[in-house]
Design a protein around this ligand. Structure first.
Ligand SMILES: Nc1nc2c(ncn2[C@@H]2O[C@H](COP(=O)(O)OP(=O)(O)OP(=O)(O)O)[C@@H](O)[C@H]2O)c(=O)[nH]1
Ligand SMILES: [Mg+2]
Length: 364
């Protein structure tokens, strides 16, 4: 077996060099991001180093092994192509997928497993290669999305508001978070709703308020907000539910603005359905950016079979990620979003299991 290292500007150029030099039967062993040129490793430009191996073609053909047959279709038909195809199939935008694959392969360890690419078919086999791949993709995702720890204010209650399109799951998500806060963390909790528009909206939260022993305040006008917050000054956390608005109706989204004037420092989560099309998710983020958004959460992950839109919106907007909701069950069907979880969803959609979340660390 001949092993050789190639340095190029990007993975595509390296693949081209390998194919020209070693032929189409070469196998990729390791991909690494490096800096070329410059002084003491500084001021150079980013490049990739790819280590490839080639067996004697005749020996491989004689052996007639499956590996030889697979390898004959060329280096593109290896890890790079499999992962790239998988991300595109999951709806990751082509412009984002390429960088993500390159970054992932830089981190995919050069272990004996590195050549056995995880078998995708919507479900990852429980192999060391699959675990390595989830970890490497998670690390690549972490470089391109933002995550911020939840904070506790020095004084007064922490205020958590949820905004988003109609029916996306805002009230249910508030019920989940409030239940975790009040029941699991035993925090004095307050509930506020400004949704006096939809019939039944107040009753929906009132049920949880009674169950949790957490008072509910109904705010009809923005000017009532300071008085309500004052009455909740002994609470550790106050959740604010808002009226669902169509992202296409920017004027109506903007009608929520005056309420947020009275909620400085609130942690405002934009909730987007995980099954939204990219264009719709982008429009939602754009319309709701009229409000002081500080977090991005995704709902109904259990109803979706592709998760590229989660990554696309997080990478494009750079709004820090917060939660994923994975079912209707209160409070169990909510998770804290992590890059590793996004990687897992992108590689294996079968991992969404309502009720199986570790949601104990929702508050920092
Ligand atoms: N499958 C699934 N359903 C969910 C999830 N979150 C909420 N729902 C359901 O979605 C429906 C709407 O939920 P709500 O919480 O009322 O949505 P909303 O955003 O408050 O709706 P509006 O206040 O009318 O804008 C309900 O049937 C919820 O049970 C989830 O993560 N998965
Ligand atoms: Mg609601």
């Amino acid at each position: 077996m001949r092993i050789k290292s190639y340095k190029a500007r990007d993975a595509t150029e390296a693949m081209e060099m390998i194919r020209n030099d070693m032929g189409s039967s070469a196998l990729i062993i390791q991909t690494k991001r490096i800096r070329q040129g410059g002084v003491f490793g500084m001021l150079g430009h980013e490049a990739v180093e790819v280590v490839a191996a080639a067996d004697d073609a005749k020996t491989m053909r004689r052996a007639g092994s499956a590996q030889a047959r697979a390898a004959e279709s060329g280096p593109e038909n290896t890890t790079f192509k499999h992962l790239h195809d998988r991300l595109l199939q999951q709806g990751v935008l082509p412009g984002l997928a390429r960088g993500l694959v390159e970054e992932t392969l830089c981190r995919y360890p050069s272990s004996p497993f590195a050549m056995q690419f995880p078998d995708f078919g919507g479900r990852l086999a429980a192999t060391p290669a699959a675990a390595d791949m989830v970890q490497a993709l998670g690390a690549a995702i972490a470089k391109t999305v933002r995550l911020e720890r939840s904070y506790k204010p020095k004084q007064g209650p922490k205020i958590v508001a949820l905004v988003g399109p109609t029916g996306v799951g805002k009230t249910t998500t508030i019920a989940k978070l409030a239940t975790i806060a009040a029941m699991r963390h035993k925090l004095p909790t307050g509930l506020v709703t400004i949704d006096t528009y939809r019939i039944g909206a107040v009753d929906q939260l009132k049920t949880y308020s009674e169950m949790l022993g957490a008072p509910l305040a109904v705010v009809h006008k923005p000017e009532q907000m300071p008085q309500v917050l004052e009455s909740f000054c002994d609470k550790a956390v106050v959740f604010v539910d808002t009226i669902g608005r169509s992202p296409k109706d920017r004027d109506r989204v903007s009608e929520l603005k005056p309420y947020f004037k009275y909620l400085p420092g609130a942690e405002t989560h934009l909730l987007v359905s995980a099954s939204s099309k990219d264009d719709d998710a982008t429009l939602t983020a754009r319309s709701f950016s009229a409000l002081p958004l500080s977090r991005l959460a995704f709902s109904k992950v259990d109803e979706s079979t592709s998760f590229g839109s989660i990554y696309n919106l997080a990478a494009q907007t750079q709004i820090p990620l917060s939660y994923l909701t994975v079912g209707q069950e209160v409070p169990d069907d909510i998770e804290v979003t992590t890059p590793g979880r996004i990687a897992e969803l992108l590689l294996d959609e079968s991992t969404v299991e309502p009720g199986a979340s570790d949601n104990n660390n929702w508050i920092g």
